[in-house]
Write a protein that binds this ligand. Structure first.
Ligand SMILES: C[S@@+](CC[C@H](N)C(=O)[O-])C[C@H]1O[C@@H](n2cnc3c(N)ncnc32)[C@H](O)[C@@H]1O
Length: 389
């Protein structure tokens, strides 16, 4: 099978690494996706384990079209009855990036008509459309004049892990939170702190990564579970294999703080839902009054005035930078923000920078290293004791 694994902009590299770790080969990075060859076992495992995948499409056909009639004819030729029967429901989702075809709804409608007409002509009857919870979700993607038909094997978006039943304003998408932890290069052993943890998304994703716990529950209603080709014994074998890979002993210290007591309650509830209540602590604490912490990895996304009102966002960021310098010596802070100007007020030079999209907000994820003394001294010290975060 040719699999198209979709992700968020900026996370293609970490998704690629995740897939290679799962044993994929022939993987190719494209914009917001990784394309690879894989079998059913890899498809099942990827659904359980990938943290930076939004959905996985299984490629079916690709053809060049001049107009909607070409699309209709090509779709009608596909042997849909091999994939779903008259009693099953289906839905068509169209994504368009073309100067010729501009109406996604119309493309979806034409595709649906072609499928329905094939069934009517062959069996005198047709399967029903269910836009909410179809048995088979068909994806049409048109780029310029190339139409790609694939099956959505995931069902609902994989960012919804199920543990986050409550959230603060401006919560991070779970896929993005996992992406931040993976991008930071965390060694899964050092202490990890989110000093403005909100609903605890970064904390839960980090604990999942450290424990090698599947990102999804085995019971999840994945799209492929409704397919004619679903292989239950293979699925059960994959679940058993994945379960054996979990290592909850020797977990690192993962700590969250938030100034808002409601956020603390919410994150603790989410952590409990995720099953990490023995591995993550959360306390109510104002970042600016934190006790000093050394040798810590901080990952956080402070509020800014796009979605959360800050009285003076530049002053707020300047104070964040001052506190990093004074209280978190020999530590590394990775900060995600959509307020690019305010980031300059941190007063620290980033040693790494990655552009990401947080929802629709162009953001930067920057690494800041707070050394005691000069960088050179720190470098020499690192060379001596070879300890690094
Ligand atoms: C953008 S939200 C973080 C969202 C979080 N990553 C999530 O996924 O839910 C920013 C959080 O910073 C907290 N915050 C703001 N000022 C703070 C401060 N001085 N100390 C600690 N937390 C603070 C807010 O209460 C809010 O929960």
């Amino acid at each position: 099978m040719k699999l198209i694994v979709k992700t968020l902009e900026g996370l293609e590299d970490v998704l690629y690494d995740e897939l290679i770790n799962l044993g994929a080969d022939n993987a190719e990075r494209v914009n917001r996706a990784v394309i690879l060859e894989g079998d059913k076992k890899l498809l099942y495992k990827a659904h359980l384990k990938l943290r930076t995948a939004i959905k996985i499409l299984v490629f079916m056909e690709e053809f060049v079209i001049q107009n909607e009639k070409d699309l209709y004819d090509a779709v009608k030729k596909i042997k849909w009855e091999d994939f779903f029967g008259l009693d099953n429901t289906f839905a068509v989702d169209a994504v368009i990036n073309s100067p010729i075809f501009t109406h996604a709804n119309f493309i979806a409608l034409k595709t649906k008509d072609a499928i329905v007409d094939r069934y009517r002509e062959k069996f005198g009857s047709r399967p029903n459309v269910d836009p909410k919870d179809p048995d088979l979700k068909i994806n049409v993607h048109i780029r310029d004049q190339i139409a790609t038909i694939s099956l959505d094997s995931s069902g609902s978006s994989l960012h919804m892990r199920g543990y986050r039943r409550q959230q603060v304003d401006a919560p991070l998408n779970e896929v993005l939170a996992a992406g931040l932890v993976l991008l930071s290069g965390w060694d899964k052993k050092s202490d990890l702190v989110d000093p403005m943890c909100g609903s605890g998304t970064i904390l839960c994703e980090a604990a999942g990564i450290a424990a090698n716990k599947p990102a999804q529950s085995y019971e999840r209603n994945f799209g492929f579970k409704k397919w004619k080709s679903f292989d239950l014994p293979l699925w059960e074998m994959v679940c058993e294999e994945v379960e054996k890979e979990i290592t909850m002993t020797d977990m690192p210290k993962i700590k969250g703080y938030d100034v808002n007591s409601k956020a603390v309650t919410i994150s603790l509830a989410n952590i409990l839902n995720a099953g990490f209540e023995n591995h993550i602590t959360v306390e109510r604490e104002d970042y600016f009054y934190q006790d000093d912490m050394e040798n810590t990895l901080l990952i956080f996304n402070p509020p800014y005035d796009e979605r959360l009102k800050e009285q003076d966002v530049n002053e707020f960021y300047k104070n964040i930078g001052d506190k990093l310098k004074s209280a978190f010596t020999n530590s590394i802070a990775w900060i995600l923000s959509g307020h690019l100007d305010a980031m300059k007020n941190l007063g620290l030079r980033p040693s790494a920078k990655k552009k990401l999209l947080n929802g629709s907000i162009p953001s930067v994820f920057c690494k800041f290293e707070m050394y005691k003394g000069s960088k050179k001294q720190k470098y020499n010290q690192d060379q001596q004791n070879e300890s690094h975060l």
